[in-house]
Design a protein around this ligand. Structure first.
Ligand SMILES: [Zn+2]
Length: 312
């Protein structure tokens, strides 16, 4: 996209709004430039987004432009491709800790059809979203990472809080695949006992509350590979017990005998690594939270069987 092309686009948009708004071609061009160069938005989408912004500012309707430029209002479950500019109406289901200064807010949005991760950029300069509130979000961009979709709130996004509630729909996924890795902090862990904290302790310390008397819990963070994608799956105490046949009491005894909690993760790893499972549960950001787990027989892959036979 050359500068003169952007200038042409800006001039065209300017003509559409020159009666309603005091905006210069340069300002429009700058908005287009930010979207195209900074956010890597395709030019036609950038154009559509900028037009939407000015429609809002002018209090005009899309129809006023005669077949021009608005976004489609979509259900969350409909979002299935990246780099689309869409409008959604959604409830803030959860807010997470932002891990980067570039991100002002990150969390989970939901509507009747399901949930989706959202990211709000720091430089977008938008008001804070409140957990539990419902918003009309116009001009958000879809994104995709490893087969899962998210939406980004950017400088052109408009946020309107609605006085209503939404019953957020379940969007369970089912994965069938091999459990190929078990991550650290799996097995017998200790959690912070402070109210509403439950952070996993590292060497007896909570990152928020310092040294505390932790409470034992079981969980497994695993990677499941279905042949097309890899998923990070979290098994809570119940599903971990089901998966490994080791319950919390047994795990604590094992750790006490060995004076070491890591024996539990080792034992669990022996039982489940390389096995095939069907896992069902909701997605939470990049994680699948396992609600149901069922061991599958290995697929009849002759080569795998042969390798197994040789290794006995
Ligand atoms: Zn804590």
């Amino acid at each position: 996209m050359t500068e003169s092309d952007l200038r042409t686009q800006a001039t065209e948009i300017h003509e559409q709004f020159s009666d309603q708004l005091e905006v210069t071609v340069e300002e429009i061009e700058e908005r287009l430039e930010t979207l195209v160069n900074e956010y890597k938005v395709p030019t036609n989408e950038a154009r559509r987004s900028v037009i939407n912004t000015y429609l809002d500012e002018a209090g005009m309707d899309r129809d006023d432009l005669g077949g021009g430029g608005g976004n489609e209002h979509v259900d969350i479950a409909e979002i299935d491709s990246p780099e689309e500019w869409v409008d959604i109406t959604a409830k803030v289901v959860d807010l997470w800790d932002a891990t980067s200064d570039a991100v002002a807010q990150v969390g989970l949005l939901g509507d009747e059809t399901g949930t989706i991760k959202f990211t709000k950029w720091s430089k977008s300069d938008l008001p804070s979203l409140e957990e539990g509130a419902v918003y009309n979000l116009r001009n958000v961009v879809t994104d995709e990472y490893q087969g899962r979709f998210s939406v980004k709130l950017n400088r052109t996004t408009t946020i309107e809080e609605l006085d209503e509630d939404i019953e957020v729909g379940e969007d369970d996924v089912e994965i069938e695949g091999a459990l190929v890795d078990i991550q650290s902090d799996s097995g017998l862990i200790k959690r912070c006992p402070e109210e509403d904290c439950t952070r996993v302790l590292q060497n007896g310390r909570c990152s928020e509350h310092g040294e505390v008397e932790g409470e034992f819990d079981l969980r497994i963070k695993a990677v499941v590979d279905d042949g097309a994608d890899v998923y990070e799956v979290i098994f809570d105490k119940e599903t971990t017990e089901e998966l490994t046949g080791i319950d919390l009491e047994e795990a604590q005894e094992m750790a006490m005998d060995a004076l070491d909690t890591s024996v539990v993760a080792d034992e669990m790893t022996d039982k489940i690594l390389g096995q095939y499972y069907s896992v069902t549960g909701p997605t939470f950001g990049r994680y699948v939270l396992a609600n149901e787990v069922e061991q599958l027989r290995e697929p009849a892959d002759p080569e795998a069987v042969l390798i197994k036979a040789r290794s006995i």
